[in-house]
Design a binder for this molecule. Sequence first.
Ligand SMILES: Nc1nc2c(c(=O)[nH]1)N[C@H]1C(S)=C(S)[C@@H](COP(=O)(O)O)O[C@H]1N2
Ligand SMILES: [Mo]
Length: 459
Amino acid sequence: MSNRQDKRTELTLHAVAGNGLLDRRLFLKSGLGLGAAAMLTPVIKESKAASESAAIDATDIDLASPPWMHTPGEGFSTYGSPSEYESDVVRFPSPNRAVPGNGVSWTPLHLLEGTITPNGLHFERHHNGVPHINPLQHRLLIHGLVKNPSFFKVDDLLRYPMTSRICFVECGGNSNAGWNKAPIRSEAGYFHGLVSCSEWTGIPLTVLLEEVVPTNKAKWLIAEGADAFAMNISIPLEKATAEGMLALYQNGERIRPENGYPLRLILPGLEGVMNVKWLRRLKLTEVPIMARNETSRYTELLPDGKARMFTLDIEAKSLITSPSANMLLRQPGLYQITGLAWSGRGRITQVAVSADGGKSWADAELQEPVLSKAFTRFRIPWVWDGKRAILKSRATDETGYVQPERRQLVTERGRHGFFHYNAIVSWQVDELGAVSHVYDDEETTTDSPGTIDIDTGWD
Ligand SMILES: Nc1nc2c(c(=O)[nH]1)N[C@H]1C(S)=C(S)[C@@H](COP(=O)(O)O)O[C@H]1N2
Ligand SMILES: [Mo]
């Protein structure tokens, strides 16, 4: 037996569930030699990085004196950018339709690690493009059922005491290709990446509302953006003030234009559409305005004929980011299964992982800090035996809510669903090590393989 096979046999002593899942704590133990000698990593099939690394492995360079040590390096820069070798790590913009500014770009979740999304890779959802807003000419109006209607300049807002909050923003349309009859072929991020997680800094909404003094009748907040879509939406006042903030900074720098410069609403846990970008107006009212994005969109017709509206909270969800669709496991052995979990209702308390299509489950290690309404990174070691395997992850949050299997979600919501898809995701590893998206509920046979439906694929 080779050393690698010895290692595999030794490791299976730590199995905690079927098909090679090992004790999550093994990664934290020393002395087991779970370093590079034992571990394998999936590669992205057909990526430039994968083909270049194969080619360069074959070339002999003088490691004692590599070429980049022969001349002085580059000088300083005013604003850094990623290594040229990381040029595959990009957002995936939806194909332009008649209106180029209406669509999305997905975060490459499958190519990222940790829990914070870099600003240049935060997903985007615009209804009519990114406005060029001069902050000196921008005003925020707070009015309606208030005693002191007021305008605020951006400079004035920057003088308020601020607070920071790490939280995710997820579009209610994220993962909606999951409603398709056939599994999707896209990489994990280009399927589930209408969610990102940042540290947002700004002014608590309660602080600004204290200045305008809402009347007792005020129950809803109507937020409006300064984009060419003038996007507006109704938010229950109680929900908005619980944790909401007027954000000016994103991961330490001013919010990027595409994410709402110079200011946006951040409402931790509430679906993306409520986090109005380029915010220009907050109107306090008694009732919702029944805007497009809360009537014809982000609403679903249930099997009993009722509509599910004002979903508000994002339900718990998780996703294995590696191994995931279109990756390749080049040989049997020890792999790290890792992914993300999040819930709009609070903290993630458990992520269970299965390597046998849901027959048996083991708890993954949750990386600290586990924050409420933020990305939680999970990891678990897995020994792949070279046979077909189905990997799944299932999140539970602090309210006890458990991420549903797809079958259960479809039974509850019916087939008219288009939003709020949070079912367990299944990745199949075949005998050649190729990873693909599958459903294991036998619903998949008739249609051609799914791609994102570009007419209705996000909204
Ligand atoms: N003014 C304005 N705000 C907006 C939108 C928009 O098109 N215009 N899109 C909404 C939707 S549907 C989502 S999912 C989030 C996306 O935020 P992001 O582009 O920063 O990821 O912004 C919301 N806020
Ligand atoms: Mo959205």
